[in-house]
Design a protein around this ligand. Structure first.
Ligand code: FPP
Length: 240
């Protein structure tokens, strides 16, 4: 696809879904699906950034995912720690700044240290920000932001009359531009407590394709669809 002829989103978000079903369909265990999902995420991230998108947010583990079997939770957590060097190498090669969104309450010290190392080592890269939503829930994010705001108001760091959308955005886990395009793989058509604040005017793209099968050409299709949509942000397009 000719990317010079399409409208490009600044911030793309992906709800990674269908890893488990992909694996079951292949007669494999669910963990094999997450492994394949990880490999696909690397390839896709590289492709999306190189097409000119500046921000990618990926929903890799939700606050609710902790309810899954111990084996599955441990597998996903270990994937992050085991692949740390591979992820670091990838970020350095592609000059990607990795940031994390989520609560670390139920994470082990090893996982927390891994997240800190990734953030610290890539913090000076500009232009490609990969927001990894891990232990993430949007309600929790909004509550956590509210608590930080109340704290700053109580300590006279922030004046209550100053609070507006842009100030509130600054108190979220990461200060990011709004999401332009959300892609959800795996067939469900819901937001599942993902970035509700940041998605307010996003275009939504749902596909039945399981994440491990969602390839570069599938992303092109999503961009083509996005490009053809008329974004009015509540206003009227007078050219119509
Ligand atoms: C959703 O599929 C996927 C997840 C809950 C995990 C996503 C994790 C990765 C892509 C790899 C992790 C990468 C890092 C860097 C830690 P699902 O299990 O809900 O699939 P299903 O709906 O078919 O069961």
């Amino acid at each position: 696809m000719d990317y010079t002829k399409v409208k490009l989103p600044t911030h793309v978000a992906i709800i990674v879904d269908g890893n488990g079903r992909w694996a079951t369909n292949q007669g494999l265990n669910r963990s094999a699906g997450h492994k394949e999902g990880f490999l696909n995420l690397k390839k896709l991230t590289k492709y999306i950034f190189n097409k000119g998108v500046s921000y990618i947010s990926a929903y890799l583990f939700s606050t609710e995912n902790f309810k899954r079997s111990k084996v599955e939770v441990a597998y996903i957590m270990n994937l992050l720690t085991d692949k740390l060097n591979e992820i670091l190498e990838f970020c350095h090669e592609e000059k990607i700044k990795a940031v994390f969104s989520g609560r670390v309450t139920h994470m082990s010290d090893k996982v927390i240290k891994t997240m800190e190392k990734l953030t610290e080592e890539t913090k000076n890269y500009e232009g490609k920000t990969f927001n990894i939503c891990f232990g993430y829930g949007s309600h929790a994010e909004i509550i956590d932001a509210t608590k930080k705001i109340v704290n700053d108001v109580n300590n006279n760091v922030l004046n209550i009359n100053e609070i507006d959308e842009s100030i509130f955005n600054r108190y979220l886990y990461q200060e990011l531009p709004p999401i332009d395009l959300l892609i959800r793989t795996g067939g469900e058509q819901r937001l599942s407590n993902f970035m509700l604040w940041q998605l307010s005017y996003a275009e939504l793209y749902f596909t039945k394709t399981y994440f491990p099968d969602f390839k570069e050409e599938d992303f092109d299709k999503a961009i083509y669809e996005y490009s053809s949509r008329d974004r009015r942000f509540g206003g009227i397009n007078y050219e119509d």
